[in-house]
Design a protein around this ligand. Structure first.
Ligand SMILES: C[S@@+](CC[C@H](N)C(=O)[O-])C[C@H]1O[C@@H](n2cnc3c(N)ncnc32)[C@H](O)[C@@H]1O
Length: 185
């Protein structure tokens, strides 16, 4: 994804993260690519299950202008008290989480009522031919891309869990989405 990252994703990440406020939780922070883009927030707690990724993300953590703590954990079992965070961020991660329903319930629990949920994800497309192609490719794609599901409908999953989706912007037709949502309790 490196060419896409440089050409387009960098700008999308910056715009998305400029909406983050207060205490932020980032799910599946990977190499820490988002860390330098946080500006007007109090602090960021990033969770990431892979020790290897946590080590790789230390360099980006040092570049950040806000305090960043990285905790080894999975989105399905967040080691935080209810109503801890003002904003939850997930970028290119809901496609990989094995149990996204459980992760959404956990995200709702630890995010304050009225808190922001900011997402940048690739999702199942509307076009029937393309979404069928995504279904067809997913089993192989999952094997070669660390469990990544090409056909996950993350926006519908949020709505099914009573999260108010306020804004969705599409990129590359509707393969990638940028979404702002509000946690309701
Ligand atoms: C495609 S990478 C995206 C990394 C980063 N968020 C970004 O925007 O580039 C997916 C990340 O999700 C992490 N991940 C996998 N399973 C997870 C889970 N159950 N909970 C949280 N993160 C998970 C992976 O270890 C990996 O770092």
């Amino acid at each position: 994804m490196n060419p896409l990252e440089k050409k387009k994703f960098k700008r999308i990440r910056k715009e998305l993260l400029s909406n983050a406020r207060g205490k932020v939780l980032e799910l599946g922070s990977g190499t820490g690519i988002n860390f330098p883009y946080y500006e007007k927030v109090e602090a960021v707690t990033a969770i990431e299950p892979s020790q290897h990724m946590i080590e790789r993300s230390q360099a980006k953590r040092k570049q950040a202008v806000v305090p960043i703590e990285i905790v080894q954990a999975s989105a399905e079992e967040l080691p935080f008290a209810a109503n801890t965070f003002d904003t939850v961020v997930a970028t290119l991660v809901f496609c990989t989480i094995p149990n996204p329903e459980k992760a959404i319930l956990e995200m709702k629990r630890v995010c304050k009522s009225g808190g922001k949920i900011l997402l940048f994800e690739h999702v199942k497309m509307e076009n029937r031919f393309l979404s069928t192609l995504q279904d067809w490719l997913t089993p192989v794609w999952k094997k070669i891309c660390d469990g990544c599901c090409l056909n996950r409908n993350t926006i519908d999953l949020l709505k099914a869990h009573d999260i108010s989706v306020l804004k969705v912007q599409n990129y590359y037709s509707d393969l990638f989405i940028f979404a702002e949502a509000e946690n309701k309790k």
